[in-house]
Design a protein around this ligand. Sequence first.
Ligand SMILES: NC(=O)c1ccc[n+]([C@@H]2O[C@H](COP(=O)([O-])OP(=O)(O)OC[C@H]3O[C@@H](n4cnc5c(N)ncnc54)[C@H](O)[C@@H]3O)[C@@H](O)[C@H]2O)c1
Length: 214
Amino acid sequence: MEAKQISKAVIKRLPRYYRYLGELLEENVERISSNDLSKKMHVTASQIRQDLNNFGGFGQQGYGYNVKYLYTEIGKILGLDTVHPMIIVGAGNLGQALANYVDFEKRGFKLMGIFDINPVLEGIAVRGIEIQMISDLPFFLKENQIEIAILTLPKNKAGDMANILIENGIKAIWNFAHIDLDTPDDVIVENVHLSESLMRLSYNLSQYRQEHEN
Ligand SMILES: NC(=O)c1ccc[n+]([C@@H]2O[C@H](COP(=O)([O-])OP(=O)(O)OC[C@H]3O[C@@H](n4cnc5c(N)ncnc54)[C@H](O)[C@@H]3O)[C@@H](O)[C@H]2O)c1
């Protein structure tokens, strides 16, 4: 199974399939047809068949998809079958909220450390993990195999911090600061900008209003 052959559009949809399949598993559903999955997910059955055929056809004609198998295989494609040790840099509102969110761990994302520059925060435990000072970060990264760094610090600090992290071996950054990071090709960056999502909502809302007021 070559991940490279799967289009980006399909990869983007995989987490949603994974979530729905996880719910089906919790409901002890063993098999599901593309039609039933289609009704649940509000995606056409042909889209589902097309998407899932990318992985060597988990579905059998007239028999439906094996939920557990599909869930496991999609999990593997998404890299959820291994542990991803991670750290949070910036232990303010957002950093602490993310640290408090336990569900990441269920998916293998293991929070190993939290760092901040503000000495007032030093030693405060968030879900059992004590906030450390940023000056301890390079040593920490030498001693621990960390894969992912979560950036939840002010945007004017994010670029410099990304450079420090990369110099110390970090290869994946989950960036919440509102800035486009300039990183080498071998560093993977995933940006999460809630305000952009909110702007899309605002756009759709104004479109809806325009259409229904005329
Ligand atoms: N992506 C999103 O959707 C989204 C949503 C909300 C906030 N944000 C952004 O996330 C960031 C954090 O927001 P917040 O509300 O938690 O802010 P906050 O002020 O509560 O927290 C920021 C923390 O970063 C620390 N910090 C500052 N410089 C640092 C450095 N050099 N090294 C380590 N720590 C440092 C501060 O001491 C503070 O504790 C901001 O950039 C904000 O704009 C993004």
